[in-house]
Design a protein. Structure first.
Length: 946
């Protein structure tokens, strides 16, 4: 095995349509107009020496190493900044050029430490390579004069070092931070000899605006910016391309290895979701895979108050099967069920639902997508006929107006956010609809045209008000509606939104947004010409989550913003495989590809292939499983890769349900919170230890490749197979590719998908079948999947969760960049330096009223429960609204959230809880007990592991 090499063409690809023909070193070359001479040469296989150029950022022309000669032109222009021209005749290797390049390199090396042999970048340093390429053999100047060799290293970032002594001030890092990441954290300070790279105003990296995306480290041609893991472990010797297991962007990475040891994760330029970029989680936060708290042996106990006992895989699997069989014999076929994971692969998820339907003989299978994007599936399927977003990420490059609602892309989907920010810097207009002033509203070189800081819970009303303006001001795209949408549904809807109760004047008053702003935002969205909607859990996790998704679909149809690039309705998915877990038939009423379990033809197809009869009745959803457990009819649960106790709403209710079951089986990397109620613990495997696929937010099926052996001895899919076999339902697969072949046979939208195709194409977006053999980047071109687009009536119904004298504030929740979901992975990495506790954001006015100062402990109470955390006083939230994240079990924000949920899908209403905030002396009693218990559990886990 060797390292996957990627060519650096020196400058970005030109998007021009016209072609230019020229000659380079005697070779005829044809490239798009606007291509640099350097890139044209590289594409023809002619390597021009370079240092300050790299193809992820625009050319800068500072190092003067890439000079060329052009027939008929004086001088030696830089090939990176000179575009090709028709008929141009270029020479890249002449005596004059060789002498100039040698002189340039000599100057660089005369101010560079000569420690190549012990340098961490030895063998992976462009400066070293260029010295060799230009034939530099000696440096005439000596090292006595002024130089930069004695500067201090900045080691403040936990993941990379900055060693200014090795810096050649090429500015690649500064440009990467600006152009690729869009953070503008770096600058070149001072001038001439004094020039140096600086994070912020002469700050350390850790104290600066830097978000640790790693783009600068990636761009640096020397060892100046260097991963600490490479310094510690050494240069990698082979690599495997795989997919990040954190968020729904689905970034592709090269996992660079030494033997079985992961050295670093490098974003893959050919990754179609990320185009070579990364965020701090995927790039650096993989240390949890080796964390000492990881459980590697199966464990059992008779009851949940007993200590865990390590057992062999055989014993554990036998116990799972015998317990589940016993419970079904005693309490009936419907007494057990399973929960699939949006963090596991498509193949693993498919196998869990197959185990439940075929092996357990019921449809009691659900997924954690229930608690996030189930309204997306329902809403978009009703409107368009497909339960997924309409575009690929590249599409944002052609958007003129971007509407972000209920999403915080810079924290939750950072790599896509960087691409969005780039488009905004190019001039696209931005509308943000969010109770909180998210970063996108105002940041370097970006300012939203309109921010609608609505009261939590009023999305559907605001969307109706926007629709009201579009309909009553004549902004409907009549041609699109006539050609592609159901006319009757449109007329009915148009009459509904035109009613006065949906006017900005009425809605604005109730939602806390000025009517003028609503009107202006509606006009901007309708004007486009290309308007794209991006939304997140701030839309779905409401009692009217599905209504709001339908509201977005209505807006896009009414304005004709569908069926081409630059437009669409795009859910930003939270977890890496939320889309996939929904596609794979994880819901109790649906088989793969969103086909209802009651459809006889579909069910029969599965029955024939699986050799088992299937129940035609939908099974229990997660909340119904909990209710049934408390009632005493649901007794056993298999939970793969999901911490339901921490991630589901109303923690006390979930805990009671789990405690009421007789056999809870948890399969995970760590003893999570749910495992406190488990009888059998099956150690899971990380994404680094298995093969499979994840499907990202743009329906892109990406390969996950095994880069090391499973530390627990079994990949997750193998564990499910073992349980199925022990239950007498054999599933004979020897590799996940065979599982995908079965999915393709059974699922029309996946019919063309195979591992061979993924190998060839890199990744594909479903639908992928005979009609679209290499996938479908943009959906609904020339018509909707369901036939005619369906306008739905989106009556605003206020949530039953109301503020009042006891609970006068509204709590809404979200994520932060450095942490992921319940934090099981990221809390076990150095990412904790950025966020080691959840805090409560509160407006200065509300804080003052309660005598709360910044940093004080406060008690946060709702009618469901209470927790304690520190206050952060900020005007990012409006008066009357408080906000927190849910990454830390010590806080358990979901103790506070209520049982209310979306009318259509039961997706919990995480985003609206009436609360009170009051001063406190510190963590509450249960939190102190929890801290003690957690350290006790950790001790047990450690003892068991030893
Ligand atoms: S790590 Fe990313 S954000 Fe930080 S300085 Fe480098 S490019 Fe900028
Ligand atoms: S830190 Fe690296 S990329 Fe940045 S200017 Fe110095 S050598 Fe160039
Ligand atoms: S943006 Fe998401 S998928 Fe990409 S590296 Fe970050 S966490 Fe991973
Ligand atoms: S690579 Fe062209 S001037 Fe540096």
């Amino acid at each position: 095995m060797s390292l996957v090499e990627e060519i650096d063409y020196g400058t970005p690809r030109s998007r021009a349509d016209q072609e230019v023909k020229l000659t380079i070193d005697g070779q005829a070359v044809t490239v798009p107009a606007g291509t640099s001479i350097m890139r044209a040469a590289m594409e023809a296989g002619v390597q021009v020496p370079k240092l300050c150029a790299t193809d992820s950022v625009d050319a800068f022309g500072s190092c003067r190493l890439c000079l060329v000669e052009i027939a008929g032109r004086p001088g030696t222009p830089a090939s990176c900044t000179t575009p090709v021209a028709p008929g141009m005749v270029v020479s890249t290797q002449t005596e004059r050029l060789k002498q100039i390049r040698k002189g340039v390199m000599e100057l660089y090396i005369s101010d560079h430490p000569l420690d190549c042999l012990t340098c961490a970048a030895n063998g992976d340093c462009e400066l070293q390579d260029m010295a060799g390429a230009v034939g530099l053999r000696e440096v005439r100047y000596g090292y006595e004069g002024r130089n930069h060799l004695k500067q201090d290293k900045d080691e403040s970032n936990p993941y990379f070092t900055f060693d200014p002594a090795k810096c050649i001030v090429c500015s690649r890092c500064v440009r990467a931070c600006e152009e690729v990441q869009g953070t503008f954290a770096l600058t070149i300070q001072a001038r001439g000899f004094e020039s140096k790279v600086s994070a912020g105003i002469a700050e350390n990296f850790i104290d600066s605006e830097c978000v640790s995306c790693g783009a600068c480290v990636q761009a640096c041609p020397t060892a100046t910016l260097m991963e600490k893991s490479v310094i510690e472990i050494g240069q990698p010797e082979h690599s495997v391309v795989t997919t990040c297991a954190y968020c729904g962007v689905g970034c592709s990475f090269k996992a660079e290895m030494r033997g079985e040891e992961l050295v670093r994760m490098v974003p893959y330029k050919d990754g179609k979701a990320n185009r070579g970029h990364s965020c701090v989680k995927g790039r650096f936060a993989w240390g949890y895979a080796n964390h000492k708290e990881r459980i590697l042996k199966p464990m059992m106990r008779e009851s949940i108050d007993q200590p865990w006992r390590e057992v062999s895989w055989e014993v554990a699997i036998d116990r799972v099967a015998s317990e589940f069989k016993r419970l079904q014999a005693k309490h009936g076929r419907l007494a057990i069920g399973g929960i699939t994971s949006s963090r596991c692969t498509n193949e693993e998820t498919y196998l869990v639902q197959k185990l439940v339907r075929g092996g357990f003989g019921n449809n009691n299978v659900d997924t954690c997508a229930r608690v996030c994007h189930s309204p997306t599936g329902y809403g978009l399927k009703t409107a368009f006929g497909t339960s997924a977003g309409t575009q690929d990420f590249d599409s944002v490059e052609q958007a003129d107006v971007i509407l972000v609602i209920g999403a915080n892309p810079t924290d939750a989907h950072p790599v896509f956010a960087s691409r969005m920010k780039k488009r905004l810097r190019e001039g696209a207009k931005l509308i943000v609809i969010d109770p909180r002033r998210i970063d996108l509203v105002r940041m370097p070189h970006i300012e939203a045209a309109y921010h609608l800081p609505l009261r939590p819970g009023t999305n559907a009303a605001i969307l109706n008000a926007i629709a009201h303006v579009i309909v009553t001001e004549g902004l409907v795209n009549e041609r699109f509606v006539r050609d592609y949408c159901d006319r009757d549904a449109f007329e009915y809807w148009a009459a509904f939104v035109a009613e006065a109760r949906n006017s900005p004047e009425t809605v604005g008053l109730m939602a806390g947004v000025s009517p003028e702003t609503i009107r202006a935002a509606a006009r901007l969205y309708a004007a486009g010409p290309n308007s794209a909607i991006y939304y997140g859990l701030g839309v779905t996790e409401h009692s009217q989550g599905t209504t709001a998704v339908m509201g977005l679909a209505n807006l896009a149809m009414a304005t004709g913003n569908l069926g081409r690039r630059g437009v669409g309705v795009n859910p930003l998915r939270g977890q890496n495989n939320v889309q996939g877990s929904c596609d794979m038939g994880s819901f109790p009423h649906e088989l793969t590809g969103y086909r209802h379990i009651s459809e006889d033809a579909t069910r029969t197809m599965f029955e024939k292939l699986w050799g088992r009869p299937l129940d035609a009745e939908p099974g229990l959803r997660i909340p119904n499983m909990f209710d049934a457990a408390i009632e005493g009819t649901f007794k056993g649960l298999y939970v793969q890769g999901e911490d339901i106790l921490q991630s589901d709403p109303n923690t006390h209710h979930v805990a009671s349900a789990l405690a009421a079951m007789e056999c809870v089986v948890v399969q995970d990397l760590f003893l999570n919170e749910t495992a406190n109620y488990a009888h059998i613990f099956l150690p899971g495997s990380t994404f680094l230890e298995k093969d499979g696929t994840f499907t990202n937010a743009e329906r892109r099926i990406n390969r996950v490749r095994r880069v090391m052996s499973p530390k627990n001895g079994m990949a997750d899919w193998e564990i499910t197979l073992a349980i199925a076999k022990a239950m007498g339902f054999e599933m004979p697969y020897s590799h996940p590719s065979e599982v995908m072949d079965e999915i393709a046979r059974l699922t029309p939208t996946f019919a063309g998908v195979s591992y061979d195709l993924l190998e060839k194409e890199g990744s594909v977006q479903w639908p992928c079948n005979e009609k679209a053999p290499t996938g479908t980047p943009v959906m609904h071109i020339g018509g909707f999947a369901r036939g005619k687009g369906n306008f739905m009536i989106t009556e605003y119904v206020p949530t039953d969760e109301r503020t009042g004298p006891r609970f006068p504030l509204l709590l809404t929740t979200g994520r932060i960049l450095s942490q992921y979901n319940v934090g099981a992975q990221t809390r076990r990495t150095d990412n904790v330096v950025w966020h080691d506790e959840d805090v409560l954001e509160i407006h200065p006015h509300d804080a003052e009223q309660r005598g709360v100062r910044d940093g004080d402990w406060v008690k946060l109470d709702s009618r469901a429960g209470g927790t304690t955390l520190r206050a952060r006083i900020t005007d990012r939230v409006a008066p009357g609204v408080v906000y927190t994240t849910f990454h830390h079990p010590e806080t358990q924000a979901n103790v506070v959230t209520t049982e209310f949920s979306d009318w259509a899908t039961n997706c919990p209403e995480y985003k609206v809880t009436a609360v009170q905030v009051s001063p406190s002396n510190g963590p509450s009693e249960w939190q102190r007990e929890y801290a003690e218990q957690a350290s006790h559990s950790r001790r047990i886990a450690k003892v068991a592991a030893e």
